[in-house]
Design a protein around this ligand. Structure first.
Ligand code: ASP
Length: 327
């Protein structure tokens, strides 16, 4: 009898746990969600995160707040994401640096971009643009390179920390054209941009997302777009090829969560992300900021997993051969 009672109690508890689990999952989200941006406010990753968050709030019906956790090329923030509870209330927005270059550059990295997260999806691809401070005497990329070479002793280049997209693009460009600036690391390319506008650093290479508003306002000089085609909203800026340098570089952002999310929660997040990316307001802003939104299989969890694995495999030997060292 006693045994039977125990079995029944056990069954009851198991059922309650199952029902509780189901309720918890269907009720998701029942409170505020945090998106960790691993760079400073106002930069490319932050801009994309805030736009997507605004649209996802509409679908999920709960506030989404952004927490900027900069440092170590974005790996500080992404470590925080990897180590958070996998309950759907902590989301991270990584980029080509944190999700593909970091393992080659940080021997003590506490996450593996391909294993430590549940991938939600790729948000955008954005070409890089080579820009300089307005005080530079150069009008073209060729003139800028000549000026950089002639002024190497004092030349400075801003970037968002070792392994960030701007850092990697800078290293590749410098090696290709033969310039050796002193590199200045910031907690994101928004603060780097502030110093470029103020004339505190000479040049940098960053996603069009960060460049377009300043280039249009004339507060920086845009020399070339490192892509095969020009950007619609910067029609007068040539491609690198047109400017005489065969240098291509682009960046991307992606949404991930800590590993182990309940399937139902993951599906809700993927659905909310998809709806956000398909909203007219988001699409229009991305075009304005020179970015493309991935479509179909390239966008969701499987598309992001494939991108991360392919990019880690592609970039690791390049960074090692280039002698780029992290910390
Ligand atoms: N654009 C940055 C990078 O170079 C990061 C950012 O501020 O979004 O990785």
């Amino acid at each position: 009898m006693k045994t039977r009672r125990h079995i029944l109690v056990g069954l009851g508890l198991a059922l309650a746990a199952q029902t509780g689990g189901a309720v918890a999952q269907t009720a998701y989200p029942d409170r505020q969600i945090t998106i960790i941006v691993p760079f400073g406010a106002g930069g490319p990753t932050d801009v994309v995160a805030r736009l997507v968050a605004k649209q996802m709030e509409a679908t999920l019906g709960k506030p989404i707040i952004i927490e900027n956790v900069g440092g170590a090329g974005g790996t500080t923030g992404m470590t925080r994401v990897a180590q958070a509870a996998p309950d759907g209330y902590t989301i991270g927005i990584g980029n080509a640096g944190t999700q593909s270059a970091a393992p080659a550059l940080y021997p003590n990295l506490k996450y593996d971009p391909a294993q430590s997260f549940d991938q939600i999806g790729v948000l955008n691809h954005t070409p890089m643009v080579i820009v300089g401070k307005t005080a530079l005497p150069a009008k073209t990329l060729a003139e800028a390179i000549a000026h950089f070479k002639a002024n190497e002793a004092t030349l400075t280049q801003g970037h968002a920390g070792v392994g960030s997209t701007s850092h990697m693009a800078g290293v590749m460009f410098n090696a290709q054209v033969g310039v050796k600036p002193a590199q200045v690391a910031y907690r994101g390319t928004a603060p780097a941009m502030n110093d470029l506008v103020a004339g505190q650093v000479d040049f940098m290479i960053d996603q069009a997302l960060n460049i377009i508003p300043q280039a249009k306002a004339g507060t920086i000089k845009a020399f070339a777009v490192a892509a095969a085609t020009r950007i619609e909203s910067l029609p007068d800026v040539p491609t690198t090829k047109e400017a005489g340098v065969d240098f291509l570089s682009s960046g991307w952002n992606a949404m991930v969560t800590p590993k182990g999310l309940p399937q139902a929660v993951r599906e809700k997040l993927v659905d909310a992300m998809n709806k956000a990316l398909d909203m007219a307001e988001f699409k229009a802003r991305m075009v304005e900021l020179g970015s493309t939104i991935p479509q179909g299989a390239d966008r969701g969890p499987a598309g992001l997993q494939k991108l991360v694995e392919a990019e880690v495999a592609r970039i690791t030997p390049i960074l090692k051969a280039a002698g780029v060292v992290g910390n």
